[in-house]
Design a protein around this ligand. Structure first.
Ligand SMILES: NC(=O)c1ccc[n+]([C@@H]2O[C@H](COP(=O)([O-])OP(=O)(O)OC[C@H]3O[C@@H](n4cnc5c(N)ncnc54)[C@H](OP(=O)(O)O)[C@@H]3O)[C@@H](O)[C@H]2O)c1
Length: 268
């Protein structure tokens, strides 16, 4: 993969001034522990999350693989340059490592691909990708001149949302498109599932750690858990070192069956 496989999500960060220092501290801790992929978006906290990231990466920009995302209503040639400039200004950096189309909107894909190419040529982004694109969207994208440069697809993936294993994951792996798993803990909703809790207890880890290690078992997937609490950041970093045995994987397959047919891409 082009990017580090374990990162830091930032949704719900930067939503109010009260928590910003603690949020930036959690991100800095993650970087200290080697979680060097940072995922943010102009949408999060209405730009506030990008400002928190700026605070966290000050003085260490070069360590970080920095990803931000633009709104579908900024996907036109006219608006994308301004959206990118605004993200760079909030992040206080000169370049993004990857810039993602947050979800598909009504602007023709060819126009967005053209504008993204201009941002690469201008040195404002090193690469670009998409988010919440299903296989049919990706097929359309790669058929457009320049569309084959898509570097990543960020999608919902966790034990409770396994649909992409049927087609999207192999499709991306075959084309060396990095898959970024968002909400790897299902926004916390997974964590009290009895089968997950008992499998985790048998291994002496938390349910969150087992859920995260499970996402990371696939070498073509990066995970970007969001954690504002330092103890969660530490636990998530440790989860990346877990190697799951066949019995644990089989137990999880019984509790969270893999897909047997195509389902539409789930998204939040
Ligand atoms: N492209 C998209 O459309 C899209 C959509 C959704 C999310 N995302 C990205 O993916 C990131 C992650 O997804 P998410 O924020 O939706 O959900 P998530 O990472 O699945 O879950 C976050 C929740 O889990 C808690 N948590 C984290 N680590 C934990 C641990 N070790 N033990 C117990 N609880 C733990 C967090 O608590 P604390 O914060 O209190 O520590 C938070 O409440 C987002 O932040 C965002 O960057 C992208």
């Amino acid at each position: 993969m082009r990017m580090p496989r374990l990162g830091l999500g930032t949704w719900h960060m930067g939503e109010g001034p009260r928590h910003r220092e603690a949020e930036a501290g959690a991100l800095r801790l993650g970087l200290d522990l080697g979680m060097l992929l940072v995922d943010t978006a102009e949408m999060y906290g209405d730009g506030g999350a990008e400002e928190v990231v700026a605070q966290a990466i000050r003085g260490r920009r070069d360590e970080v693989f920095l990803v931000s995302k633009f709104y579908p209503h900024h996907a036109s040639r006219r608006k994308l340059h301004a959206a990118c400039d605004a993200s760079l200004a909030r992040l206080q950096v000169e370049r993004l490592d990857c810039y993602l189309y947050h979800w598909r909107g009504s602007v023709p894909l060819a126009e967005t691909v053209g504008a993204l190419g201009e941002l690469v040529d201008a040195g404002k982004i090193a690469s670009w990708g998409v988010s919440n694109f299903d296989v049919s969207d990706l097929e359309e994208l790669v058929a457009i001149p320049g569309g084959e440069r898509v570097a990543a697809n960020q999608v919902l993936y966790n034990l409770a949302r396994r649909g992409i294993e049927f087609d999207l994951l192999p499709w991306c792996a075959a084309r060396s498109i990095d898959v970024m798993a968002y909400s790897p803990l299902d926004e916390g909703a997974l964590l009290h599932h009895p089968a997950l809790e008992s499998a985790a207890a048998r291994l002496g880890v938390s349910a969150a750690q087992l859920a995260l290690a499970w996402v990371l078992r696939d070498p073509n997937v990066a995970a970007i858990p969001k954690a504002a609490r330092p103890e969660h950041v530490r636990a998530n970093r440790a989860a990346a070192d877990l190697v799951l045995d066949a019995a644990t994987l089989a137990t999880l397959d019984r509790a969270f069956p893999p897909p047997r047919r195509k389902t539409a891409l789930a998204m939040i």
